[in-house]
Design a protein around this ligand. Sequence first.
Ligand SMILES: C[S@@+](CC[C@H](N)C(=O)[O-])C[C@H]1O[C@@H](n2cnc3c(N)ncnc32)[C@H](O)[C@@H]1O
Length: 245
Amino acid sequence: MEKEWFRNWFNSDQYLEVYQHRDHQDAKKLLDLVFRNVSLKKNSLILDAACGAGRHLIDLTAKGYNAFGFDLSMSLLKKGKTDAEEKSIRLNLFRADLRHVALRQKFDLVLNLFTSFGYFHTDYENFSFAQTAFGFLNEGGIYVFDYLNEKYLLKNLIPESKREIEGKTVIERRKISESRVVKEIIISNHGPENRFVESVQLYSKKKIVDEFEKIGFKLTSDFGDYNGTGFDEENSKRLILFFMK
Ligand SMILES: C[S@@+](CC[C@H](N)C(=O)[O-])C[C@H]1O[C@@H](n2cnc3c(N)ncnc32)[C@H](O)[C@@H]1O
């Protein structure tokens, strides 16, 4: 398996098609949960790490926040810029790798949303952004971490599913391999197939909280979905953690 699978997949035209349900409405729901739990002044600085096509950033910028976003995928950044321009919104976007991001500003809120975590093959690399972010958060600043719930995923893994999206057949095959959830995505449209891989390291809530606490963060809340239901390791689909510096 290609180790840096994320370069190809998130830069492909198909990523946004396969995840089209992860739209602006879905983004708004999670942001509503964030703002029910974090109070920020309008001039606060927000950073969306691995912001993709900017679906959260567009909403934050439209609300008047001083929001910045970065991502590795040039094609998603371009899409975000175009989508925002259509709404007469100018986004603060830049290209950076989660493992090597350097910033001079101090932020009040850092977001890492929709499983933009666990892509690398060492704990050091996977937690390196949390370590960096601790450095550029203000005292009392918040880090919101939205990831899968390992226990729920292991119990409910669907080995194969098939969908039709805009005339294309999308087959998704899922397996657990070396403590990672590996998804093969096969897209066909009468012609040759396109194949992509997603591979995410599985971490328990305990391991994640331990690693963030080692960095210096304090856990302030945990949720199991975007509605704000409390996290339940057996039944929650998501693991949404709020940490404070
Ligand atoms: C599942 S998507 C989520 C995107 C966005 N947060 C959202 O909610 O729509 C994961 C994102 O992580 C980005 N990404 C993957 N590897 C990265 C890396 N090494 N550095 C920065 N961004 C990365 C991808 O390009 C993609 O936009």
